[in-house]
Write a protein that binds this ligand. Sequence first.
Ligand code: ARG
Length: 463
Amino acid sequence: MTKDTSNQMWGGRFAAGPDAIMEAINASIGFDQRMAAQDIAGSRAHAAMLAKTGILTDTDAEAIREGLLTVLSEIESGTFEFSTALEDIHMNVEARLKDLIGEPAGRLHTGRSRNDQVATDFKLWVRDQIDAAIGGIEALIRAFVAQAEVGADWVMPGFTHLQTAQPVTWGHHMMAYVEMFGRDLSRFKDARARMNESPLGAAALAGTSFPIDREMTAAALGFDRPAANSLDAVADRDFALEFLSSASICAMHLSRFAEELVIWSSAQFRFVTLSDRFSTGSSIMPQKKNPDAAELIRAKIGRIFGANTALLMVMKGLPLTYSKDMQEDKEQVFDAADNLMLALAAMEGMVKDMTANRESLEAAAGSGFSTATDLADWLVRSLNMPFRDAHHVTGSLVAMAESKACDLPDLTLEDMQSVDSAITEDVFGVLGVHNSVSSRMSYGGTAPTRVREQIASWQARLG
Ligand code: ARG
């Protein structure tokens, strides 16, 4: 091969171009073209700074900044021809700029490197995704709050071990997810605040001898400040990992509710009816209405966990600073972000559209001896019985009801007194599910009054 085939960006010391396989393993343009807008924004900020500091002439900087807008419009309109030989988005954009404006294009890379450039582009991309995730989570929280408001005092079984435990309210269960997604919101907001430092101007790794103004580029790109250590700035991918780990926890929450929807929409539970818009039918069984969106959310979540693990694996063995391994960060984050956004939107749609079946919830609330704890608490309160003894007496009454195939409120006073003669008629007052939930007035408890307070406080918070 002749020298002509070597790379036009860094081919100076190379006699020959790369092997085709080398080109295939090396190139990232197939995926990093998703960062085109960020790359161009970063380069435009850099060019403006180079002019302001006198490193470039205003004329050259203006030609660069205008030319970059042309490149962007070509990319956005789909007319741009991406080249694998040019490796990545950074070199594709710069090469096209050279076609368009000639010599000044070669001055753009003064005082920077692809190492700070890629860190900057990727941070800007991840920051946009964090903002989108925050929007998606807020919308989902609103959908849960609306469900809670509709059924703030509807009773349903609360479960532990998926065994009926105690009656709770539908509103309380919905608001549990509001708390979970509320923590996700705060995790993404924390991550955003921590990551918002500009790598641009760290150059290859050591900074630069040109009198650049990093404050200026940081401000132009919406960063709070420049990153303080140039080695760290090009070696850091914590921002991507914090995005993935926050996304993983959020995804785990999505998956838990997806699992509840699969169970609740079954013929055995009938707690909720999912809308036709978010269900599918069966090609053979005419009666079927399947919760596919919930199942797919439950399954897709694994890709997000996988991305988190994969990037940790990429990073864990890398000495400072940049290594080409780090090019493997993007596809993981892109895939995780796409699937998180899709899962959030699908879940929001399902929650908005679903109908809770009040009668089924109430019927289930009273089954499974769900008010046994209320009975034990009554024995403690009214008969001054030690809780351990009350637990034992209640256990005997549950066994009796079980043998009679009835629920606790269906036992007669004589049945009750055969276990403990001090029990009075008053006990029946606590065996109903509505009394049970209304009595749980402790802060954070399931009583409708408490649930409505939580709803109001979230509505105020969401504005
Ligand atoms: N395509 C590269 C990446 O995504 C850009 C940085 C290349 N830097 C280098 N020193 N080869 O990481």
